[in-house]
Design a protein around this ligand. Sequence first.
Ligand SMILES: [Zn+2]
Ligand SMILES: [Zn+2]
Length: 301
Amino acid sequence: MKGKIVLLGTSSAVPTKERNNSSVYLKYKGEAFLFDCGEGTQRQIITADLNMYRINHIFISHLHSDHVLGLPGLIQTIDFLGEKEKLYVHGVKGTKEKGECLLKGSIYESEMETVFLEYENSNEPFVLVDKEEYQVKGISLNHVVDCFGYSFEEKPKVVFDKEKIKKLNLTDKDFINLKNKGFTEKEGKVIKLEEISTEKKGFKFTYIPDTYRTENIKKLAKNSDVLVIECTYLDEEDKAKKYKHLTLEYILEIYPLLDCKKIILTHFSRRYKNLNEFRRKIEEKGYKNILLGKDFLTIEF
Ligand SMILES: [Zn+2]
Ligand SMILES: [Zn+2]
């Protein structure tokens, strides 16, 4: 197991007995990432037996309270018990101002530096974190305020064709050339990397929080292994349009275009006493890889 995704909150606007406000925890090897941080997120992390000190990056989708009010508590606890020098909080324009305001809401001597990083709106995916093994990208969504969706994607792995390598008698020097230049020369012949290898797609996770219909969902989420997507309403299109959220009906409509292995719905309005009607509509379509999210639902990969 390389990692896991844990839903920490699946309610929209206000928490309920069963559902906390939005947050998704992603563990990848020795690191962890948090997507949104609704009120009570640190308690959810503790209840789920997850490690909050592994979190180096928090990605905030937008500045509505159900997505950010958990920040001060969580940051102070990480600072209090950890030995972390820096914690990065990424988000839309205004995240620094609101984030610092939240941190100043109580008497607290910080040891750790919280670095707020803000990004311009973009209708094409842009890179926020670029590491040797993975990238985190963002894209603007269509909510009543500026809002980003995020994806975490492992970089493709180069898989060598062992037979061909044996035949060509490649040395360590050849492999250094292939890595740095994409080709090597052997007995006067040029051997390109793509001739002796194939690329294996890495794991991709996408988080699409509060939004109304937009092409950008597909641009970011296509080919994800796991997509966590807001589904505030069942089919109340007038409400969805007014408050800029998604309906299950729309998600089922765009389902064939997304090509995702697993889709987890979240951010349900508390107007629904149960989600039976959601379940029925999904079953009617026969889409077995759409799951109704609930707090602490865990997907390992
Ligand atoms: Zn929300
Ligand atoms: Zn919102």
